[in-house]
Design a protein around this ligand. Structure first.
Ligand code: NAG
Length: 295
C-alpha cells in the first residue's frame, strides 16, 4: 500500500514544488513563463516554505493563487494566471469512507503515519503531510466553518450540514476547454463574467496528502462566485471559476493577497481563480440557472 501511495505522491510533490516555485515568483513580481519541463529542476530536495507566518487562510492552495479584485473582472482585461494541470492517474486517490476512517488523520499521529506510508522524517513528503495536518487542525477564523474531508462521503456530509439537509446543491469548478501544456500564461477575459448565485457557498481545496484530502470551508461573510471565459496567450480557453471575498477584514495581515495587491485587510474585496480540481458548492436555484459543470 505504502509503495503505491508513495509513487503517486512523488508526482504530486513535484507538482507542488513547481507550483510553489511559481507562487514565489509571482509574489516577487518576477513572473515569467514556465512549463512542465522545468519541473525536473526542482526534483526532491528543497520544498519552499512560506516566508511569512502561517495563518489558516494562508494554507498552501490559497497562497498559490493569483489574486485580483472585482474591478479587474472586465471584458478585455488581462492577467497572468497559473492553472495547474493534473494527470488523474497521478492524482491521489479518493478513498471510500470506511478506508479513510481506518487511517488516523491527526497531527499527533504523524510519526505513525510516516511509517505507515513509508516516508522518512524530514522528507518533502513528510513535510507536506505535516503542513496539511497542521492546516486542517488550525482553528477557523471568526465566521468561518472548516472541515478537512478524507472521503467524498464526508465532504458531502459537511456540505449538507452547511446548506441544510433539505436543500439541493451543486458543485461548480473550473473547466479547461483546451490545453497547450503551458501552465502559466496571460489570460484575457473574453466575455462578461457570469455570476453564479451563491447566497451560501462551501469551497473545497485539494491538499497535498498520500490520498485525496479536501480542505472545505464556509465563510459567513459575503462572497460572489463568477464563471469567467478566458483565453490565454497560447490560445488556451478556460471557463474559470472565480470567487470574490467581499469582506477581508478578518484575514491575517500577512495574507499573501494583501502583499500581492498592496492593500490592507478589509480595504477591498479579494478574488482568486480556482484550479480545476477544487470545488465550490452552491445551493441549486430554481429559476434562471447558470448551470455549469453539475457533478
Ligand atoms: C504577461 O504580460 C505582461 C505585460 O505584457 C508581461 O510583462 C508578462 O511577462 C506576461 N506574462 C506571461 C506569463 O506571459
Amino acid at each position: 500500500m505504502g509503495a503505491e501511495y508513495g509513487f503517486n505522491f512523488k508526482f504530486l510533490l513535484l507538482y507542488l514544488l513547481l507550483v510553489m516555485h511559481m507562487a514565489s515568483q509571482c509574489v516577487d513580481g518576477k513572473g515569467g513563463a514556465m512549463d512542465d519541463s522545468h519541473g525536473e529542476e526542482m526534483h526532491g530536495e528543497h520544498v519552499h516554505t512560506h516566508d511569512h507566518p502561517p495563518s489558516h487562510m494562508d494554507h498552501m492552495d490559497h497562497s498559490l493563487l493569483v489574486f485580483f479584485t472585482m474591478n479587474d473582472l472586465k471584458v478585455g482585461g488581462t492577467m497572468p494566471i497559473y492553472f495547474p494541470k493534473k494527470d488523474p492517474s497521478r492524482s491521489p486517490r479518493l478513498l471510500p469512507r470506511e478506508d479513510a476512517n481506518s487511517i488516523p488523520f491527526s497531527y499527533e499521529k504523524l510519526p505513525y503515519l510516516l511509517q505507515f506510508f513509508s516516508f522518512s522524517n524530514g522528507s518533502p513528503q513528510a513535510r507536506a503531510m505535516e503542513n496539511t495536518l497542521r492546516e486542517c487542525e488550525t482553528k477557523p477564523i471568526k465566521g468561518e466553518v472548516k472541515f478537512c474531508a478524507t472521503s467524498l462521503e464526508s465532504m458531502l456530509d459537511f456540505v449538507r450540514g452547511v446548506f441544510g439537509l433539505e436543500s439541493q446543491f451543486k458543485a461548480v469548478s473550473t473547466t479547461y476547454l483546451t490545453q497547450s501544456g503551458v501552465l502559466f500564461q496571460n489570460y484575457t477575459i473574453r466575455a462578461a463574467p457570469r455570476e453564479v448565485p451563491a447566497p451560501k457557498m462551501v469551497a473545497c481545496h485539494t491538499m497535498p496528502y498520500p490520498y485525496a484530502v479536501f480542505y472545505c470551508h464556509r465563510q459567513e461573510t459575503e462572497n460572489k462566485v463568477f464563471v469567467v471565459s478566458l483565453i490565454g496567450d497560447n490560445g488556451d480557453t478556460v471557463e474559470a471559476l472565480a470567487v470574490c471575498h467581499l469582506d477581508t477584514s478578518q484575514w491575517g495581515r500577512n495574507h499573501v493577497s494583501f502583499k500581492v495587491l498592496g492593500i490592507e485587510p478589509g480595504s477591498s474585496n479579494v478574488c482568486h481563480f480556482f484550479p480545476e480540481d477544487n470545488l465550490v458548492y452552491v445551493p441549486v436555484q430554481t429559476a434562471s440557472n447558470n448551470l455549469i459543470n453539475v457533478m
